[in-house]
Design a protein around this ligand. Structure first.
Ligand code: SAM
Ligand code: SF4
Length: 469
């Protein structure tokens, strides 16, 4: 399938006239070097990782995060292009920031990063003069140099896609939450017909083994107890280990598990086509690999899956899950779903409900199909009316909510390890994660970063109540 260059992807016109008027106001004059920054990340966990790394780069320059409620001198909008709504958010955000700046009598510098930056590049500069930097996901290591230009009043765009170049330029990890993200793989060669990722993030690239072991070590030294390995297709990761052998994701997980101070490993997002016997076995024999698998199916209809260019069928997906469950019987399953793909009939949508019933997901993400400019599905016949999509999404989400609640209820009575991540809403309350990625709240004598044993005593639709044991 031919690739559509990112700069050929067109974009929608701006949502409201008021925002358009703000966007078109001329801007950028020389400014003082910013003292504070705010990175606002939209979309997937990979953006959260990139947002943290951009923050670290700015920190090296002595620029500190803006305090809660304070207007930052520099705002980085780390954008998502996966669905139309996500992509449009950037323009309304620029409008809002500019309006707040007008009110405060001082405009912050604005950088647009992430996948909208990659897809729309110079178009953002044309549409939004308030923006002084547009930087793609593979080029953000050059953000400090762009910032120097912005301070001089120069606007710049960098949507270059050098493979893996940024990682060597980023500062060492010095701070970490108890649960940390680590990007091990970027890009995608799968070309699902609805998806922009292969255009905005480029081809599948794995970060080198040694670099990842080193970054994981530093995250653990900085306080991480759990690391979630990230990739658009994390299961496509491969690399050469210290002994010079080529290994896949399972080999990397096994190597990271050797660190005695790292308690938990997760990975996301996998593609059914890349799941091999090694990773299935790893779930059975590496205790630190948590019993949770996010494996998107998208649809339960084989015709729709084929039109999506997914390489699995409903049956092959289910048999793959059987193999995982045989290796790790308490595995919690999660998935992604799209309703209203072009041509999806009512019967085909019901096939998706059937697969949901059959699997019994512990968690899931479900979306209405959103036509993305430049992708094959955007021009397919049989685009589904928004009302039909709404109705299907509601039915699907009701089924997914039912199953998530049932999974939580089935956990009541178990005692499990909980990683304490933050304070809860009520005084004295803590919030943490079970091995099955459920949120667990409880009270008691503990601290953020502790791994505690908790009895699960109460189930809600999206969390559980626990008691320290
Ligand atoms: N690589 C992963 C996979 O294929 O399983 C998914 C990565 S994608 C960033 C996250 C999810 O966004 C997809 O699994 C899909 O459900 C959803 N998605 C992607 N493109 C979409 C579109 N055009 N409309 C609606 N949902 C979309
Ligand atoms: Fe997008 Fe995932 Fe398909 Fe790649 S595998 S094209 S990231 S949905």
């Amino acid at each position: 399938m031919a690739k559509v260059p990112a700069n050929k992807l067109s974009f929608k016109t701006c949502p409201t006239a008021a925002i358009r008027a703000i966007l078109m106001k001329p801007t950028t004059a020389p400014q003082a070097t910013p003292r504070t920054y705010r990175v606002k990340s939209f979309g997937c966990q990979m953006n959260v990782y990139d947002g943290e790394r951009m923050g670290e780069l700015l920190g090296e320059r002595g620029i500190v995060p803006a305090a809660e409620g304070e207007e930052a001198d520099l705002v980085v909008l780390n954008t998502c292009h996966i669905r139309e709504k996500a992509a449009e958010k950037v323009y309304s955000d620029i409008g809002r920031i500019t309006k707040a700046g007008n009110k405060a009598g001082k405009q912050p510098l604005i950088a647009v990063a992430g996948c909208v930056a990659q897809a729309e590049g110079e178009e953002i500069m044309k549409r939004a003069p308030a923006v002084s930097m547009v930087v793609g996901p593979q080029a953000y290591h050059r953000l400090p140099a762009m910032l120097d230009k912005a301070v001089r009043g120069e606007r710049s765009t960098d949507t270059d896609m050098p493979a893996n170049a940024k990682f060597a330029e980023l500062p060492q990890r010095r701070k970490s939450a108890p649960s940390a993200f680590l990007t091990i793989q970027e890009g995608c060669d799968k070309f699902c017909t609805y998806c922009v990722v292969p255009y905005t993030r480029g081809a599948e690239i794995s970060r080198p083994f040694a670099e990842l072991v080193e970054e994981a070590k530093r995250l653990v030294a900085a306080g991480a107890k759990e690391i979630t390995l990230l990739g658009q297709n994390v299961s496509a990761w491969s690399g050469e280990n210290h002994a010079g052998h080529n290994v896949g994701l399972a080999g990397l997980v096994a190597a990271l598990a050797r660190d005695p101070d790292l308690a938990r490993i997760r990975y996301t997002t996998s593609h059914p086509a890349d799941m091999d016997e090694d990773i299935i076995e790893a779930h059975g024999c590496i205790d630190k690999l948590m019993p949770y698998l996010h494996l998107p199916v998208q649809s339960g209809s084989d015709r729709v899956l084929k039109a999506m260019n997914r390489s699995h069928t409903a049956e092959s997906y289910l048999r793959l899950l059987d193999r995982f469950r045989a290796a790790r019987p308490d595995l919690a399953l999660s998935g992604d779903f799209i309703v209203g793909f072009p041509g999806e009939t009512e019967a085909e949508f019901e096939d998706t409900l059937k697969i949901v019933d059959e699997v019994g997901y512990a968690a899931a993400f479900s979306f209405k199909y959103s036509p993305r400019p430049g992708t094959p599905a955007a021009t397919m016949d049989g685009q589904i009316a928004p009302e039909a999509m709404d109705e299907r999404l509601q039915r699907l989400q009701a089924a997914l909510r039912r199953d998530q609640w049932a999974f939580n209820e089935a956990s009541v009575g178990k005692t499990c390890e909980v990683l304490v991540e933050r304070h809860g809403k009520k005084p004295g309350q803590w919030l943490g994660k079970s091995p099955w990625l459920q949120s667990v709240w409880f009270e008691g004598d503990t601290a953020i970063g502790d791994l505690v044993q908790a009895g699960l005593i109460e189930a809600g639709p999206s969390s559980l109540g626990g008691r320290l044991v």
